[in-house]
Ligand binder design. Sequence first.
Ligand code: HEM
Ligand SMILES: [Cu+2]
Length: 646
Amino acid sequence: MSSVAQKKGFGAQVWDYLTTVDHKKIAILYLAAGTLFFAIAGLEALFMRFQLLFPENTFVSAGMFNQLLTMHGTTMLFLAATPLLFAFMNAIVPLQIGARDVAFPFLNALGFWLFFLGAVFLHLSFFLGGAPDAGWTSYASLSLYSPGHGIDFYVLGLQISGAGTLISGINFIVTIITMRAPGMTFMRMPLFTWTSLVSSTLILFAFPPLTVGLFLMLVDRMFGANFFEHTMGGNTIIWEHLFWIFGHPEVYILVLPAFGLFSEIIPVFARKRLFGYSSMVFATILIGFLGFMVWAHHMFTTGLGATANAIFAVATMTIAVPTGMKVFNWILTIWGGSIKVTVPMLYALGFIPSFVAGGVTGVMQAAAPLDYQLHDSYFIVAHFHYVIVGGIVTALFGAAHFYWPIMFNRALNEKLGVLTFWIFFIGFHLTFFLQHFLGLMGMPRRVFTYMPDQGWDLFNMISTIGAAMMGVGVILLVLNVLLSIKSEPLNRRDYWGDGRSLEWALETPLPFYNFKQTPLVRGYDPYWIEKQEGNKEGMVYAEPLGDIHMPNNSILPLIMSIGTFIAAFGALYSPWGKQALAGTAESVSPALSVGLIVVGLGITVGSMITRSLKDDLGYHVHVAEVEAIEKDLAQFRAAGKKGGNN
Ligand code: HEM
Ligand SMILES: [Cu+2]
């Protein structure tokens, strides 16, 4: 808490991260955990691609391929892309709106730990008898019959992790609505804040249906209930509805913040105001809304009937309109700008055509008759990776370079960054472009091997080479991160020189309370306005220097999450389940199963009660202390190049 220059011991630092409620540190936790799972899911993808390198390869078995496929998709979406976006939302949104933290710092930590322990739980499946193997969609018709505990890991792990995501989403909604600095009206909010708000709202509406679906699947498997079991009067299509009512918006939950990140990056390096700001806001809200209305386009071939298919087809196509608006606005922002091609800008420039390609193939499949042909072929794999990798991964990589100076007071190396971009970008198109044609030539998705001489050999080989290149790209990025740890601290503000929004007005390293006084926002692009007016401080303040109220650290979020983690093992080994009774999965004695659930939930509820009964009002940093910290920081920054190692 107090002075900056003090160096803490290793143990103290670990404790600090385990108990932190500071959005900047939680951002780092999300970044580290998200990167770990991104690497795991990336390895799984590489294993799959090596298996498909040539026909009738035996690198992995069919069963193993199913596990790799399921864990790759599940991990990438829930445990890599989502937390990595949360990392940037945590790091940047409070700064962009001039806030000291998020609305509920304690819940912010709880959201992270639930996500993380749910993710760890899911991954333990690899060591405890096999990972889930019914695809990331886990269709009930497959998953109810999957032997072993893989699907139970999926259901329980995602339930815990999803609770974390829901909690964090709610936190961001409240933060953005209630904690904006004076003058920051809705129509002055930076686009990343806007997209974070809409994306969080989608989380609020999309995750509960998933929770319900997972719960029904849990009791189907744990107690042999028959919600989805058609031989017993259940209906497997209900799972598909519940899943896709969540699953389709999930894509927008991920892609909207990615749009937001590019809407921050592009104006800075085009050195122009974002073109069509208000239409961008409108498009964001419209995409968010439409994203909910179209889920059944994933179910065209399940027999919903021609009328339903037609309605969902048309609704799906309309999403292209606001999305197109956005693309034109980005292009028109670049148009006539004085462009600086930095690494983040390179990612933005690479993003636009890649994402448009993914969008166009999306509109193709929105036509139900065409989807009858394309669905479950490699065309689909090509389509969604163009959107997800071309849209979301490029945004994450670009944003990492863009915001590194604020997050770590260090910069990533530009030259290495440019090299990484090209290797990754070329690898990406090599991997996925030809898959469109593999699909058109009839190669089904989710197959672990294929016969020679069907005309699929060459394209599969090229695709695998591309995937290996992307792997090299990721390794280079990690190398760049490691190098940055050793590099000089920046100790400055506005690293790119053309920052526009409030986060660039702060000098790094940031003090733990962000703004010493709440800023006054005088228009859209507030920092830009102050720079234009020659304001050296970078902002005007809305209040005099005063005491700052801060929340206390707490270990309770971690303990609560550990409780759910323990309880999940009790549910996993339920002796009453369909699989246990059929002898296709291990179970433990009823006493142990119930015991684990009781102990686990006891820990969670116990720490909730502790939290409720014990007043924790936080603490105040008094004016004198704030002044001392600011002085310390100023000295540290002035010591410049040689200055310590914070
Ligand atoms: C970066 C390089 C990537 C490679 C080389 C790759 C490769 C693959 C492969 C080979 C499959 C199996 C296709 C099939 O047989 O159906 C697959 C499926 C999938 N991938 Fe990726 N992928 C990558 C990135 C991503 C990312 C970043 C995400 C999401 C954030 C993602 C999400 C998915 C999903 C959801 C599936 C479908 C899983 C299923 O059908 O259950 N992938 N990917
Ligand atoms: Cu969809």
